[in-house]
Design a protein around this ligand. Structure first.
Ligand code: HXC
Length: 514
C-alpha cells in the first residue's frame, strides 16, 4: 500500500475509535449535561496542544461476553498537552464506553501516563467519569486500581496531581482522587461515594439520592473531599487553568514568575479591621489588599470557612496564604480547620511555595464535640505541618493570637522566619475576659460590685498582656508594624528568603498525626 493509502487508513481507524461508545451513548452523555471525555480534554488544554497515546489499546477479557467486544481506547483517553503553555499529562475516562468502567488495560493506560508525568516532572490531571471497577474483569480491575493508588502515592509531593470528578466516581475508585492534591467538582455532575445508594438501601434500608449522598455540594461543603466547586464544566476548567498557572511543574522548580502588579483593591488596609475587637470582618479583604492585582485563588472555600487558604502572588511570585477568618466562628481553630490548613501547608512546602500566615483567632474551639472529634489529634497536624515546613514562613498577627492557636499559627516557636504584629494585636494565653475571671476570681467574688471589679481586672489584663509589646520585648515578634507597611515588608522578607537554607535531621519520613 502506498504511504498515502496508509495515511488514509490510519485516519479511518482513528476516526472510528474517536467516536467512543457511538452516537447513542454520546447523545446520552449530552442529555445528562455532560461533555464527552474528548471534548473535556480539548476544552481544558491549549488549542491544538493535545497529543493522544495508546488510542488502539484493547482489553483482553474473554469472559462474560467480552470476547467479541471492542471498547474504544478501552474507555479512557490519555495523552499530553499544555495549559497556558505549561506541559501536563492527562487522562479522561470515557463514560460512553461501557460506563467508563475500569478494566486492567484501561488502568494500565492511566498508570503509563502517570509514570510519564512522574518521569518528566509535570503535573498529572485525571478526569473521572466511571461506573468503577469493570465488573466483568473482576480481579484485573482491582489490580488496576491498586496500581493507580500506588503511583498516586509515589507522585505525592513530587508532581502536582489534580482530580476532576465529572460523573460517577464510585467504590474504591474514589481513593485515587483522595490521594491527589486537588479535587474539582461540578454541581449536578460530580458524584463520589464508596457505597452507592442501591447498596445503602439494601443493607441499611435507607433511601438517599446520589446527589444527597455524594454530590458536588456535599463534597465541597460537608466532607472536605473537594477543593474547588464550580457550576459548570467550563467554569471548572477555568479554575484548573488558574491553579496550574500558580503552581510549579514539580518539586524541583518554583512556580513561574509573572509580571508584578500592585494590589487593585480599593479599601485602605487600615480600615478593614473594625475598632471593636469583638466585631468580625472578612480576612480575604486583607489578602486582596496585599496580593498582586488583589487576586486570590481560594482553595476549599466552602469547607471549614473559619480558616481561609489559597494562592496569590507577591511581586509576581506565587505564595500560599493561610488566614483565620473572623467572619466564621470568630476564626477559631477546630478539627476541620486544622486538617484544611495542615494539608495546604504541606503542599506549599513540598512545592517551594512560601507561606504567608495572617493571624486573628481566639484559639482552639472548646467543647465536648470537638474534644470527642479528636481536636487534639487534628490540631497537632498544624503544629507538625508548620514545624516541618522549610519554605519561607512569614506571619502577620492582625489582631487576636490566643493560647495554643498562637503557637499553631506559624509562631516563632515553630520556626517562623519573620513575625510581624499590627499595633492592635493581642497576644496572650487566652482572651482578657476568660483570663481575668480565672486569675482574679477571688478578688471578683469578694468585691461589693462583682461586675465593676471584673471590668477593672479585664482592663488591667488588656493593658498588661493583650498587646504585641510583651511578645516583642522577648523577641518573639520581630517588628510591630503599621498595616500600610505590611505589603512592603512581605516583599522584603520574601526577597531576603530567596536563598533560605534550612534542613531537617535525616529520617526515612516523619510520623505525623494523620
Ligand atoms: C461494567 C458498567 C459498569 C461497571 C456501568 N457499566 N458501570 N459495566 N462495569 N462497573 C455499563 C452499564 O452496564 C451500561 O452498559 C453503561 O456502562 C452505562 O451505564 P448505565 O447504568 O446505563 O448508566 P447510568 O444509568 O448513568 O448509571 C451509572 C452508574 C451505574 C450509576 C455508574 O452504571 C452503576 O451503578 N454502575 C455500577 C457501579 C458499581 O457498583 N461499580 C463497582 C464499584 S466497586 P450498556 O451496555 O447498557 O450501555 C469498585 C471496586 C473498586 O469500583 C475497588 C478498588 C479498590
Amino acid at each position: 500500500m502506498s504511504l498515502k493509502k496508509n495515511i488514509l487508513a490510519l485516519r479511518q481507524k482513528k476516526a472510528i475509535v474517536e467516536k467512543g461508545g457511538g452516537d447513542k451513548a454520546m447523545e446520552k452523555q449530552a442529555a445528562m449535561g455532560k461533555l464527552t471525555a474528548r471534548e473535556r480534554i480539548l476544552a481544558l488544554l491549549d488549542t491544538n496542544s493535545f497529543h493522544e497515546y495508546d488510542l488502539f489499546v484493547e482489553h483482553e477479557e474473554r469472559n462474560f461476553g467480552m470476547d467479541d467486544k471492542t471498547l474504544a481506547g478501552d474507555g479512557v483517553i490519555t495523552g499530553t498537552g499544555t495549559i497556558k503553555g505549561s506541559p501536563i499529562c492527562i487522562y479522561a475516562q470515557d463514560f460512553t464506553v461501557m460506563g467508563g468502567s475500569l478494566g486492567l488495560k484501561h488502568a494500565r493506560k492511566i498508570t503509563k501516563i502517570m509514570d510519564h508525568a512522574l518521569k518528566m516532572k509535570v503535573p498529572c490531571i485525571g478526569i473521572n467519569d466511571s461506573g468503577g471497577a469493570r465488573i466483568q474483569e473482576g480481579i484485573g480491575a482491582l489490580a488496576g486500581y491498586g496500581e493507580i493508588f500506588y503511583r498516586n502515592t509515589m507522585s505525592s509531593g513530587v508532581i502536582p496531581q489534580i482530580s476532576v470528578i465529572l460523573g460517577p466516581c464510585a467504590g474504591g475508585a474514589v481513593y485515587s482522587p483522595a490521594l491527589t492534591d486537588f479535587v474539582f467538582v461540578v454541581e449536578n455532575i460530580s458524584k463520589m461515594f464508596i457505597t452507592g445508594p442501591n447498596v445503602i438501601e439494601t443493607v441499611l434500608g435507607e433511601k438517599i439520592s446520589q446527589e444527597d449522598l455524594g454530590g458536588a455540594r456535599v463534597h465541597a461543603e460537608i466532607t472536605g473531599n473537594a477543593h474547588f466547586y464550580a457550576m459548570s464544566e467550563l467554569e471548572c476548567f477555568e479554575q484548573i487553568k488558574e491553579l496550574v498557572s500558580l503552581i510549579p511543574h514539580s518539586n524541583l522548580q518554583k512556580a513561574d514568575k509573572i509580571e508584578p502588579k500592585k494590589p487593585s483593591f480599593k479599601k485602605n488596609i487600615e480600615n478593614i479591621i473594625p475598632a471593636d475587637p469583638k466585631q468580625p470582618y472578612d480576612v480575604r479583604e486583607i489578602i486582596y489588599a496585599l496580593a498582586d492585582d488583589s487576586k486570590f485563588l481560594e482553595v476549599m472555600e466552602l469547607w471549614a470557612p473559619n480558616i481561609v487558604i489559597g494562592f496569590g502572588r507577591l511581586e509576581g511570585e506565587t505564595v500560599g496564604f493561610v488566614a483565620n477568618q473572623p467572619m466564621y466562628l470568630a476564626g477559631v481553630l477546630d478539627c476541620d480547620a486544622s486538617d484544611k490548613a495542615a494539608r495546604f501547608i504541606r503542599f506549599c512546602d513540598a512545592f517551594n511555595i512560601p507561606i504567608i500566615t495572617l493571624e486573628d483567632m481566639p484559639g482552639y474551639l472548646p467543647g465536648v464535640d470537638q474534644e470527642h472529634a479528636g481536636v487534639i489529634r487534628h490540631g497537632a497536624k498544624m503544629l507538625y505541618a508548620y514545624s516541618e515546613a522549610t519554605v519561607p514562613k512569614i506571619t502577620v498577627i492582625l489582631r487576636k493570637a490566643y493560647g495554643g492557636g498562637y503557637i499553631a499559627m506559624n509562631s516563632r516557636h515553630l520556626g517562623a522566619d519573620f513575625m510581624f504584629a499590627w499595633p492592635g494585636a493581642e497576644i496572650a494565653v487566652m482572651g482578657p475576659e476568660g483570663a481575668a475571671n480565672i486569675i482574679f476570681r477571688k478578688e471578683i467574688m469578694e468585691a461589693e460590685d462583682e461586675d465593676a471589679m471584673r471590668q477593672q481586672k479585664v482592663q488591667e489584663y488588656i493593658e498588661k498582656f493583650a498587646n504585641p509589646y510583651v511578645a516583642a520585648s522577648k523577641g518573639y515578634i520581630d517588628a510591630v508594624i503599621e498595616p500600610l507597611e505590611t505589603r512592603g515588608l512581605l516583599l522584603h522578607a520574601l526577597d531576603l528568603s530567596k536563598n533560605k537554607d534550612d534542613h531537617r535531621p535525616y529520617k526515612k519520613h516523619g510520623v505525623p498525626p494523620f
